[in-house]
Every structure is written in structure tokens, then in C-alpha cells.
Design a protein around this ligand. Structure first.
Ligand code: 3PG
Length: 216
């Protein structure tokens, strides 16, 4: 395995970007991870909504690229177990799935569940969670909603995902409550399918440059 050096949440905080990957071809996974790392983003979320997800995670975990490996779209404890067995260091779910959260807390596996309402944020607080995915970000009001939520829930850090793209990325990143922005725009499925890893790396570099421009 090629383990990452930082805690997965710290890797998210450091890079402020999470490439969300719905991969259909497990044999593209190692090259994909290398393209992400080579573009300055050694971090990846493999969503567990494709048949290839588990095999793809195994290939990334045992591959040469040193990346923080996370599992996304985890909706059952069974999937969380598979993800961890495949090398995932952090579990991300689209909603506040109490079964997934409780399994992860019991197993001491970092978990970032999805929320988009005050009720869900408060339920997450009852579990002692501090890091939450804001999903689906754009459909639920985007930056405006996240800002309103963060005025009240400033103790949380959010990972907005869903509809984020190069045009709206900076606006999210400017919010202090944003841990990292997630999205598929950096490694779209069609580019993975066509094995266009240089094109993926270019998209990654552009996103990394946006992050860098905001920290100057
Ligand atoms: C996810 O799985 O987190 C989202 O589907 C990613 O959303 P996006 O494709 O709009 O970036």
C-alpha cells in the first residue's frame, strides 16, 4: 500500500479539493491516481456507486502514487467495511446515515456524512462530528445557503459537493467554513474512460492554481 502521510481530514484541509470519482474501469485507477498526484492533488474519493469501485480502491491503495484514499457514496455499514478493507482512510456519505456514522465511530474510521439542513447538522453534532459534507451544494442554494448555515454552525467545517465547477469554486473556497470542495469536474468519467490522463492533470492543475491564488 502507498499510505498518505497526513490524517485524511488534514489532507482535505491542506489541499482544499477532493476529486470525486465514479470510476467504471478499475484498470484505469492507478494511472488516474498518478495523474491526480502529479497535478498536485494527492487525494481521491472513489464513489461506491460503480461496480468497479472496490477494485479501483485496491489498485490505488497498492499502487505507486502516494494519495489519500477516501470512499464516497457509502450508504451502508457493509459498504463502509468493504471500503476500509480496500484501503479507504475516510468514509463519506451523501446523507447523515446513522447506521454508517455509528459503524464508523465504533470502528474508529473517520467519517464525513452529508447534510444540507440545520436539523441534520444538529444530528451530526449529537454524534460529536465536526466535518460534514454539504450536499448537493448547488441544488440546495450553494454559497448563499452554506454561508447562512455557517453563521449559526461556525464550529463545523464543510465539504461542499454537487455542482461545483471552475466558475464557482473560488466563491466556495473563500468561505472560512469550507474545509475542501468536492466534485467530479477535475476527473470527469468520459476522460477516465478515454484514458486522457494528461487532460485530467490539466484540470487538476487549474483547480490547484485556484486554491493557490486565494492563499496569496
Ligand atoms: C458526489 O458524488 O459527491 C457528487 O455526485 C459529485 O457532484 P458533481 O458531479 O456535481 O461534482
Amino acid at each position: 500500500m502507498a499510505p498518505s502521510s497526513a490524517h485524511p481530514v488534514e489532507a482535505c484541509r491542506q489541499h482544499r479539493l477532493v476529486p470525486v470519482i465514479a470510476i467504471k474501469e478499475a484498470d484505469a485507477a492507478a494511472d488516474l491516481a498518478a495523474a491526480l498526484a502529479g497535478g498536485g492533488l494527492p487525494i481521491v474519493e472513489i464513489t461506491m456507486r460503480t461496480e468497479a469501485a472496490a477494485a479501483a480502491m485496491r489498485k490505488i491503495a497498492s499502487g505507486g502514487a502516494k494519495v489519500t484514499l477516501m470512499a464516497g457514496t457509502v450508504t451502508t455499514p457493509e459498504q463502509a467495511q468493504i471500503a476500509v478493507d480496500c484501503g479507504a482512510e475516510l468514509v463519506i456519505s451523501p446523507g447523515l446515515n446513522t447506521r454508517v456514522v455509528e459503524w464508523c465511530l465504533k470502528q474508529d474510521v473517520p467519517v464525513v456524512p452529508g447534510v444540507c439542513t440545520p436539523t441534520e447538522i444538529e444530528a451530526a453534532r449529537n454524534y460529536g462530528l465536526k466535518y460534514l459534507k454539504f450536499f448537493p451544494a448547488e441544488a440546495y442554494g450553494g454559497v448563499k445557503t452554506l454561508k447562512a448555515l455557517s453563521d449559526v454552525y461556525s464550529a463545523f467545517s464543510f465539504m461542499p459537493t454537487g455542482g461545483i465547477n471552475p466558475q464557482n469554486l473560488a466563491e466556495y473556497l473563500k468561505l472560512p467554513v469550507v474545509l475542501a470542495c468536492g466534485g467530479s469536474w477535475m476527473a470527469p468519467g468520459d476522460l477516465i474512460h478515454q484514458r486522457k490522463f494528461e487532460a485530467i492533470q490539466t484540470l487538476v492543475k487549474e483547480a490547484v492554481a485556484t486554491v493557490a491564488s486565494l492563499s496569496r
